[in-house]
Design a protein around this ligand. Structure first.
Ligand SMILES: [Zn+2]
Length: 272
């Protein structure tokens, strides 16, 4: 969808694929944050339940994102906590935001793709933020123990214990109400898994996968990890996600693939 905007004196400009509500939307910017890196390439065999990658090695990365919407900020995924394991980041999200002259109190939303430990690890650093999380994931985290393996409630206890505001998302969530930042319902990897659409005026539309796919071969071949919660849902989510990417001519960022995150400027630069 391309629309031509015509201003007063017959001056027309083109906004690539932005929703009608975006005409007066505040500036949106997307900054990539470091949330960890694998030290060496490793086997990715576990990311296929059809034995598709017996030999393939990928050096996975762990990426988080800051979305600026006018004067409001959203952090998408929070990676591992500093020092949590050999793949954990060396600099916390708070210290990275400080380099941008931002404080945790300025972050209105912490939105997470899903409940795995490498996506929620630093959420507790933003206790005043509203937690946006898929209802399916929230129900697991706040439900009976023991939890399913790899679900990590510890960094989210502020919200699970009632100390922070939480909004559980059932379908899609248009975070700021103008279509510029939308959590896309992509269940399957976990019950409430979401991806994120960010619509930028200069750079165009960007789709952050969450863990809908973990690396390019996995995305291209509709690979389903062995540790998924719902195979059919993942395949349906991949189908929907790819159709959205095609329709909106979006740049797809597979969050764990270093080849992909390089499509966005290196920190501290932001895509706008
Ligand atoms: Zn995951």
């Amino acid at each position: 969808m391309r629309r031509i905007l015509c201003l007063g004196l017959g001056i027309c400009g083109i906004l690539a694929g932005l929703p009608a509500s975006a005409q007066n939307a505040p500036e949106v910017a997307l900054t990539r944050l470091d949330c960890g890196n694998a030290a060496t390439p490793g086997s990715v065999a576990r990311f296929s339940d059809t034995f598709a990658y017996p030999e393939l090695k990928v050096q996975l990365t762990f990426s988080c994102y800051l979305v600026k919407h006018g004067e409001e900020y959203l952090v998408w995924d929070t990676g591992y906590a500093v020092g949590a394991n050999p793949n954990a980041p060396k600099v916390s999200l708070v210290d990275q935001l400080a380099q941008l002259k931002l404080t945790p109190a300025q972050v209105r939303y912490v939105a997470i793709s899903h409940y795995h430990g490498d996506h929620v690890g630093q959420a507790h650093l933003f206790p005043k933020a509203t937690l946006l999380i898929g209802k399916g994931d929230w129900d697991v985290l706040s439900g009976p123990r023991p939890l399913v393996p790899a679900a990590d409630p510890a960094p989210l206890m502020n919200w699970i214990g009632g100390g922070g505001k939480v909004e559980t998302i059932t379908l899609d969530k248009d975070v700021f109400g103008d279509g510029m930042v939308v959590m896309i319902d992509t269940p399957g990897h976990t019950p409430g898994h979401h991806s994120l659409l960010v619509r930028l005026k200069e750079s165009g539309n960007v789709l952050l996968t969450g863990d809908l796919a973990h690396f390019q071969e996995n995305y291209d071949g509709n690979g389903v990890p062995t540790f998924n919660t719902d195979r059919a849902a993942t395949l349906a989510s991949l189908d929907r996600f790819k159709k959205i990417a095609a329709t909106l001519k979006a740049t797809v960022i597979i969050q764990h693939d270093p080849r992909d995150i390089g499509k966005l400027p290196a920190f501290p630069a932001a895509a706008k």
